[in-house]
Design a protein. Structure first.
Length: 125
């Protein structure tokens, strides 16, 4: 396989994995608001695995490192099919959305716990 074809394959894989993790981050507050706490837990676990991979690889996706073998280009989106601005600010944007989604989850979980405590007292009335 040529370098160009290898880079294309890496960029496709990288973009697909990014799409899955970005979707998971966007789904967290939606699932939380619907009371689907187990779904949120699984989505959170997926994102934390991705975060661990990034931390273990010095805050860089291993696929970016792999793409670097096949390109001398080093703009933010050289190893992924994303607009330059999104590739450049991806961690800040989706990191913030992840934290916000987790806060929605925590808030909804607290509200659910409060409702559960209230339910037995209403039955006694």
């Amino acid at each position: 396989m040529s370098s160009e074809h290898s880079l294309i394959a890496i960029k496709i894989a990288h973009t697909a994995i990014w799409a899955v993790t970005a979707s998971a981050i966007l789904l967290i507050p939606i699932a939380a608001l619907r009371g689907r706490f187990r779904v949120v837990a699984w989505l959170t676990a997926l994102i934390l695995v991705e975060c661990a991979v990034l931390v273990l690889n010095h805050r860089t996706c291993p696929l970016t490192d792999l793409a670097a073998w096949f390109s001398t280009n080093r703009v933010a989106n050289f190893g992924i099919y994303l607009p330059l601005w999104l590739a450049k600010y991806n961690k800040a944007i989706f990191g913030s959305l992840f934290v916000e989604g987790e806060l929605v989850w925590f808030w909804q979980w607290l509200n659910d716990q409060a409702r559960r405590k209230m339910a037995p007292s209403r039955l006694a009335e």
